[in-house]
Design a protein around this ligand. Structure first.
Ligand SMILES: [Zn+2]
Length: 322
């Protein structure tokens, strides 16, 4: 055990709530379990995975494979569960996260990750993770909504119980904020995922509210850019303007989101990168189309959908190829 204080409540924002006490009790219980060993890695440290990882990271350093060791930042790679985990091995963290979910803290964002490397993992070693729940802090009011910070530590051991690497990981589990809580009579429930509107993006959302798809342009060199930003990446000019796009595009890439659940959305849904003839790409949902009919190259047209009484989002719907 370290000096972490399970159940600490700095910055608590409201009075005693039995649900908060239950969470604190659970957190204390899980922390008291100490370090819990997980399932050993499915595969020993191996050259093919190292090679793929170096390719993906763009790391051309030959030292790792020449010396038969893994990049230290790969620690988590070796023991990561696949999409179909082999058997159910729970960690002391799982029950805390499940309890938070059950109490409506469905949002999650990672806030801290610190890794410590003790030595290189060598080819042929099979790593085993061990997880220790370190603490729960909250409830706290954050920009995302009220939530709890959960912290845990993972240590990866090589054969012979020698620690190779450690990681401290912290997430904020939050109740996605809604503008008014519950909708007044006659108004729709507020859509929980709201875009960030700021000085760089306000013109875009003003356009959406008028049924225009606006793309930021550089007032000096004239090039278009998306997403909007403060400076032209080509000439560094801070002078900007916009053009109104035709509203047509083609699917450049896409994913079908099945899991996890997303507040305000019904799964599965399609998130696509849409390429505009104007030369920029925009991320958006493809609607009015079964997910299995979406494909790369699908011609689409923008459509404006009211998500609630205030928010309109640009989305994409198939169009006939011309
Ligand atoms: Zn420019």
């Amino acid at each position: 055990m370290t000096g972490a204080t399970p159940g600490a409540t700095p910055g608590a924002t409201h009075g005693p709530d039995p649900a908060d006490d239950e969470l604190r009790e659970l957190a204390a219980k899980q922390a008291a379990l100490g370090e819990v060993r997980g399932t050993p890695a499915a595969d020993p440290v191996n050259a093919p995975m190292i090679r793929h990882w170096l390719d993906a990271m763009g790391d051309a350093n030959p030292a790792y494979l020449d010396r038969g060791v893994a990049p230290p930042a790969m620690a988590q790679v070796w023991t990561m569960q696949g999409v179909r985990p082999r058997g159910k091995v729970s960690t002391p963290v799982d029950d805390v996260l499940a309890a938070l979910e059950a109490r409506g803290y469905t949002g999650v964002v990672a806030t801290n990750c610190e890794q410590t490397y003790h030595r290189y993992a060598r080819l042929g070693e099979r790593l085993t993770p061990a997880t220790r729940f370190a603490g729960l802090a909250g409830p706290k009011r954050t920009a995302l909504g009220e939530g709890y910070f959960a912290t845990w530590n993972v240590t990866w051991y090589a054969d012979g119980d020698e620690p190779v690497a450690e990681m401290m990981f912290r997430v904020l589990k939050f109740r996605p904020r809604t503008r008014t809580g519950t909708a007044p009579a006659g108004r729709r429930e507020p859509y929980p995922l709201r875009p960030a509107v700021n000085g760089d993006t306000a013109f875009f959302w003003e356009g959406v509210s008028r049924g225009e798809l606006r793309v930021q342009s550089c007032a000096d060199c004239g090039r278009l850019r998306h997403p909007p930003g403060p400076l032209c990446p080509h000439c560094r000019s801070a002078d900007r303007s916009y053009v109104t796009a035709s509203g047509e595009g083609t699917v450049y890439s896409y994913v079908v989101h099945h899991h996890p659940p997303v507040p305000g959305r019904r799964t599965p849904f399609v998130v696509a990168v849409v390429e505009l003839p104007e030369g920029v790409r925009i991320v958006g949902n493809v609607v009015d189309c079964p997910p299995e009919d979406v494909r790369v190259g699908l011609p689409v047209r923008v459509t404006y959908r009211a998500m609630d009484d205030d928010l309109v989002l640009p989305q994409w719907t198939p169009r006939e190829p011309r």
